[in-house]
Design a protein around this ligand. Structure first.
Ligand code: CDP
Ligand code: MG
Length: 201
């Protein structure tokens, strides 16, 4: 069995993250927690790439719609529709516009619990309710209400895989095998090895 330190996750800095000059800030946070950057590239995604990305999980359209309905009800608002599939399909259309509107940076980060750690640091989908201290909670102020008013996707700076299975599929979707580099970081000894690199040996 592979050591857990080899878990990988996909992170995309969305077009608003690039336009807000947050690339360094976002990369810094993942570096500082001890994750290893094993793949990175800048591109302007096609609508097809975006649609396939969000439909790798056949349940995603329904779940995205449900998220918005749950948030509306919890805040005493009437959802724009009672049908999650209808909302999810609208969201997918908005996402195609959003993610193809400029360059994005796609990255693969590797390390123990990479998927869960990266999600924790990104925060919840809606910046208005994302925790303070997370990327979405600290650097942007969008909400379902604002996004619905303008008929667009929520602008929340970053995408990150939601589960280990999603991560495996998404990394394959965005990167060819040879674009991911297998290498050792010296700090891995401190993070994972019994004798912390043997500093006093
Ligand atoms: O990105 P995350 O995994 O937190 O959320 P998601 O449910 O997988 O949705 C992907 C992206 O679609 C979100 O990050 C938002 O940009 C957008 N979205 C939206 O605008 N409205 C929704 N009701 C759900 C998602
Ligand atoms: Mg997601």
């Amino acid at each position: 069995m592979k050591h857990p330190k080899h878990e990988r996750t996909l992170v995309i800095i969305k077009p608003d993250g690039i336009q807000r000059s947050l690339v360094g800030e976002i990369v810094k946070r993942y570096e500082q927690i001890g994750l290893k950057l094993v793949g990175i590239k800048m591109l302007v995604p096609s609508e097809d790439l975006v649609e396939k990305h969000y439909t790798i999980d056949p349940e995603w359209i329904r779940l995205a719609g449900e998220k918005q309905i749950t948030s509306a009800r919890a805040n005493g608002r009437v959802p724009i529709s009672e049908h999650p599939l209808e909302i999810g399909t609208i969201v997918l259309g908005h996402l195609k516009k959003y993610l193809t509107s400029g360059p994005v940076i796609a990255m693969v980060w590797e390390g123990a619990h990479a998927v869960a750690i990266v999600r924790k640091m990104i925060g919840g989908t809606e910046p208005l309710s994302s925790d303070v201290g997370t990327i979405r909670g600290d650097f942007v102020l969008d909400s379902y209400v604002l996004a619905n008013q303008s008929g667009r996707a929520i602008r929340n700076l970053v995408h990150a895989s939601g589960s280990v299975k999603e991560a495996v599929d998404e990394v394959k979707h965005w990167f060819r095998t040879e674009e991911i580099i297998d290498y050792r970081l010296v700090q891995e000894a401190i993070l994972y090895e019994d004798f912390m690199g043997g500093a006093l040996k």
